[in-house]
Design a protein around this ligand. Structure first.
Ligand code: SF4
Length: 373
């Protein structure tokens, strides 16, 4: 029986070598993506999200180096050809794939939608050429007419009229270019699509349209998505599970409802409360003070401590490990000493309570200056 997990990432680490030191961009990250779900990955710029996405697709280039871990992809028998079954079996570690196996695997099983459509598309080729080139490279069994028919089908699927296939990228709006990229990612019916900030450069109306499009395509074709963004409010709307990254590490992982109702990590709490409510009573916005740390010189202990209103002694000394503090058990884990009885025996394992921050010097400073600094 096929595993219910399409992807299992285990203890993955990625470093960048630089003249000024090694950057641990992704540090010992583990998570699973269920078949047919939208898995959200959130964090500020520089938290390691995009490096992680590139590592999953084996697209990292020097000076990036995967230093350890496994990325296990589980195939689904009814979506696997006999040739794929012979080549890969029922599961494979993407990091172990040989170049020809990787060519067969990527785009057919796992594709990626990059952040900037203008950079991802070739400016001197029409959209049709770019769609049909992907099909030609990965499915040589189709002739030119079949490739064109598939290109028309794909471009219509993402809400663009077929006559725009003859357009060059600069002749399309930002939203249309992003749709064209999604069409290319869908070209070979992949089981998993990594979407790296696919709507970041778009205005909110187009962003909404594209999100709806992604959701309805995902429901129709049943593929899984890893959706990466710095916009947690957006992820909480579309994802089944959400992982929060900070300074290259996972700091919280939960299902969507668990994270909304009980954001354990002060950073998750800050991200959730960084967006104004459009309806209801006016609330004071907390925001997150300070800046993400320099990954070459992370503080000892918790990387978030210099910005955390709840920090106490243990936070400056010991790096917190992921643990399950609540009733959800391993389905909701957090890396924070607040919930670890070994470091904080006096506080109950509840989600972040902002009133507790008022007890700390940094929390008092935050409230006296109006929250966000
Ligand atoms: Fe804040 Fe300490 Fe938790 Fe880090 S471990 S998030 S510094 S309370």
């Amino acid at each position: 029986m096929a595993s219910e997990n399409i992807l299992e990432v285990r203890n993955l680490s990625v470093d960048y070598a630089s003249d000024t030191g090694t950057v641990h961009a992704v540090d010992n990250i583990s998570f699973v993506v269920k078949r047919g779900e939208i898995f959200g990955l959130a964090g500020e710029s520089g938290s390691g999200k995009s490096t992680l996405a590139f590592a999953l697709a084996r697209l990292l280039k020097f000076p990036a180096k995967i230093t350890k871990g496994e990325i296990v992809f589980n195939f689904q028998a009814d979506r696997q050809t006999p040739q794929e079954e012979e080549m890969f079996g029922d599961s494979v570690d993407i990091l172990e794939l040989l170049p020809e196996e990787l060519r067969q695997f990527r785009w057919r099983k796992l594709s990626i939608v990059f952040q900037s459509a203008m950079n991802a598309l070739n400016p001197v080729l029409t959209i049709e050429t770019q769609v049909t080139d992907v099909i030609k490279a990965h499915d040589p069994s189709l002739d030119a007419r079949q490739r064109r028919e598939r290109a028309i089908e794909l471009i219509r699927m993402v809400g663009i009229s077929a006559d725009r296939l003859k357009s060059y990228p600069h002749q399309l709006s930002g939203g249309m270019r992003q749709r064209a990229i999604i069409a290319i990612a869908l070209a070979l019916n992949p089981d998993l699509i990594i979407m790296d900030e696919p709507t970041t450069a778009l205005d909110v109306v187009v962003q909404r349209e594209i999100l709806n499009e992604i959701k309805s395509l995902q429901e129709k074709f049943g593929f899984s998505v890893i959706f990466i963004t710095h916009d947690l409010s957006l992820l909480l709307e579309i994802s089944t599970h959400v992982a929060i990254m900070y300074a290259g590490r996972l700091v919280e992982l939960a299902d969507q409802e668990g994270l909304i109702l009980h954001p354990y990590h002060p950073y998750s709490y800050g991200l959730i409360h960084s967006f104004p409510e459009l309806q209801g009573e006016k609330k004071h916005m907390l925001g997150i003070p300070g800046h993400p740390p320099d990954l070459r010189a992370l503080p000892v202990g918790c990387s978030f401590a210099p910005r955390c209103a709840f920090a106490f002694d243990a936070c400056q000394k010991v790096m917190p490990a992921l643990r399950a503090p609540g009733e959800a058990g391993p389905a909701h884990v957090v890396a924070c000493h607040l919930y670890d009885p070994a470091h904080n025996p006096n506080r109950p394992p509840t989600s972040v309570d902002p009133s507790l921050a008022a007890e700390t010097p940094r929390g008092q400073l935050a409230s006296s200056t109006g929250g966000a600094q």
